[in-house]
Design a protein around this ligand. Structure first.
Ligand code: UT7
Length: 329
């Protein structure tokens, strides 16, 4: 049995593009309404990056804040793990671009493909790299420019997704504070409920792919919703069980921000009242891998997370992938 905590978050940083796109903006271009979007999703606005902003640049902004707070320089980083579904280029990784931008010459850098669970998957990998002695400090980023891979004329997806980045420096634990448990899982049988059918090696980019718009995200919303509720419930139970704590000991639940109804169902299952749940889906929409660090950073800034607070983080995304962690802050 491994003694935990092995690793802790020593610094956190976030960055979002300035441009706000409201539900009322979508009312002008799509057959939708602010009322429908708020009732079905809880989203009021989201951020869209202007053309020219790269994922590496947005990630760098979040990373510099996290590194400053952790008092960790670029040469101290042993690894850079970037969870994303919206790489700047398909080859090489955006993590390598970020490494160059940061001057993190001693790091191994790679992208991690676990969709909305990417940042939580990254935390578990960081813990493993620290446990094995490979790294003392690992930069884990969740960053997305989802507005670039969503068909802005498709009302079933356009209104949901937003752009943003969150970064954490994960360092070796020095006392009883840090990650008390981690849990990650996938189910590849359900891949085609939330996917981009075209543009990869199986169906390379072509005029037919573009005409068919199959390079954009497609989602069977209702089925995804049901799986999200089931798997996030399982993930909460597992993280708590592995940490040896009960839900009434949890000070804050920080779930992936996809839909307020999924968040409420997750909190209900875990028996955690909504006053203890961080919600910012209203202001950022679904930012996939960035959503948990964005919510966590907000909670820290508001003073809702204190040294010693017990946090339950839980994610779900395309793949399907899901995961969770209990952290003593
Ligand atoms: O990050 C993890 C992955 N993503 C998620 O977790 C998202 C999970 N799914 C959801 O959040 C919800 O399923 C949605 C918000 C996407 C949709 O809500 P829903 O309550 O499941 O609605 P629905 O897809 O069953 O659609 C109900 C109706 C349909 O019309 P008909 O067929 O009943 O006439 C849709 O065409 O609502 C219509 N609709 C819209 N109406 C106005 C779909 N999108 C919109 C829209 N505005 N934007």
């Amino acid at each position: 049995m491994i003694k935990r905590p092995i690793a802790r978050i020593s610094g956190l940083g976030v960055a979002v593009p300035d441009r706000i796109v409201t539900n009322h903006d979508f009312e002008k271009t799509l057959e939708t309404s602010d009322q429908w979007i708020v009732e079905r999703t809880g989203i009021k606005e989201r951020r869209h990056a202007d053309p020219g902003l790269t994922l590496a640049e947005l990630s760098k902004r979040a990373s510099l804040i996290a590194m400053d707070r952790a008092k960790v320089g670029p040469k101290d980083l042993g690894a850079i793990i970037l969870g994303t579904a919206t790489q700047d280029r398909l080859l090489p990784s955006t993590a390598c671009d970020l490494q160059a931008l940061l001057g993190a010459d001693n790091a191994a850098a790679y992208d991690l493909s676990a969709a909305c669970s990417g940042w939580l998957y990254g935390l578990t990998q960081a813990e493993g790299l620290i446990a094995s002695g490979q790294s003392e400090h690992v930069l884990v980023i969740g960053a997305e420019l989802l507005s670039r891979i969503v068909d802005q004329t498709d009302r079933t997806t356009a209104i949901l997704f937003g752009d943003g980045a969150g970064a954490a420096v994960v360092s070796r634990a020095t006392d009883d504070r840090g990650m008390l448990s981690t849990f990650i899982r996938s189910d590849g049988k359900l891949a085609e409920l939330l996917w981009r059918p075209g543009g990869g090696a199986r169906n390379p980019i072509s005029q037919a792919v573009v005409n068919d718009k199959s390079h954009y995200i497609r989602m069977a919303g209702r089925e995804v919703f049901k799986s999200a509720v089931l798997t996030m419930a399982e993930a909460c139970d597992e993280a708590l069980r592995r940490a040896g704590v009960t839900s009434d000991q949890i000070d804050l639940l920080i779930p992936h921000q996809a839909n307020i109804r999924i968040i409420q169902a997750t909190a209900d299952h875990a028996g955690i009242p909504m006053e203890k749940v961080i919600v910012n889906v209203d202001r950022y929409g679904n930012t996939s891998s960035a959503s948990i660090p964005l919510a966590l950073a907000e909670a820290v800034e508001q003073g809702r997370v204190k040294p010693g607070s017990l946090l339950l983080l839980v994610a779900f995304g395309a793949g399907f992938t899901w995961g969770s962690t209990v952290i003593r802050w």
